[in-house]
Design a protein around this ligand. Structure first.
Ligand code: ADP
Length: 256
């Protein structure tokens, strides 16, 4: 049977092929950077710095950091591929977002504290039940809060500490979902994001400031993972940000 492809099919196939090639090139590049650092320091430790105990400790610390970066990247790649593979299967466990947020908060508090940020939970609900996957919804919160803590830090000391707020609520009628939605929102009071970047923020490896993101240990995959998890839940992700006012990442999940 002859295979007939319309023009659009062909162009879509090309686009998919291009996307895959870009992705492989990006992954290779992201892995090569820490790998180059590691092999460089191994050479130095075997050669010039062989008998220099102080240098050895310093280099080992850098090597541990680079290995950690590779580890995070591989973990995020695995998360991404798992979520993508499951995207068509809608998760159906009954999840209470209030309980889930409280427990996610408890494990994120040390991170926030270390960065000098305050972490708050705002909700008027005792429980807020959706159908979903607990681990994945926890990962959404984790990625968004980590970003709020990392990127929400205020440059100037006078304006006070960064506050990252998790807000949970309900909208009676979400126009795109055409039904009631549970709202899970993470807001920071950091420098915000230029609106120019907003449409591309959830692309894999897209960063507003690559250098700063890498310095902070980012893989560039956090928001791509969030987007795929939200898609799998048939939800919506909205990002709003005003320069100087902070950013807000709003996840809306369909409610029964
Ligand atoms: P990364 O691992 O680099 O943090 P993400 O996919 O989580 O990757 O985020 C993509 C980019 O979006 C980040 O590099 C950063 O530039 C920007 N970003 C994400 N969250 C925030 C935020 N709360 N405030 C400002 N910029 C943010």
């Amino acid at each position: 049977r002859p295979l007939v492809l319309s023009f659009e099919d062909v162009s879509q196939q090309r686009a998919a092929g291009q996307i895959r090639r870009d992705f492989v090139a990006n992954v290779s590049h992201e892995l090569r950077t820490p790998l180059t650092a590691l092999t460089g320091f191994i050479d130095t430790l075997q050669g010039a710095a062989r008998d220099d105990a102080a240098a050895r400790d310093r280099f080992l610390a850098i090597m541990a950091r680079e290995a950690g970066r590779m580890n995070r990247l591989v973990e995020d790649l695995l998360s991404l591929s798992r979520v993508e593979a499951e995207e068509r299967m809608r998760p159906l466990d009954r999840i209470d977002l209030v309980a889930l947020s409280r427990s996610a908060m408890a494990s994120l508090l040390p991170l926030a504290e270390e960065a000098g940020a305050r972490l708050e939970l705002e909700t008027s609900h005792d429980s807020l039940v959706v159908r979903g996957d607990a681990d994945q919804l926890t990962q959404v919160l984790q990625n968004l809060v980590e970003n709020g803590v990392k990127y929400g830090a205020r440059g100037d000391k006078d304006s006070g500490a960064n506050v990252v707020t998790i807000r949970l609520g309900v909208i009676a009628h979400e126009p795109v979902l055409r039904q009631a939605g549970a709202v899970m929102e993470v807001a920071d009071r950091g420098p915000g994001i230029d609106p120019l970047h907003l449409p591309r923020l959830t692309e894999r490896f897209y960063r507003v400031d690559s250098h700063r993101s890498r310095e902070m240990g980012g893989t560039g995959l956090g928001l791509a993972i969030v987007k795929h998890i939200v898609n799998r839940h048939r939800g919506r992700l909205r990002i709003t940000s005003e320069k100087g006012q902070g950013s807000r990442f709003t996840v809306i999940l369909p409610m029964e």
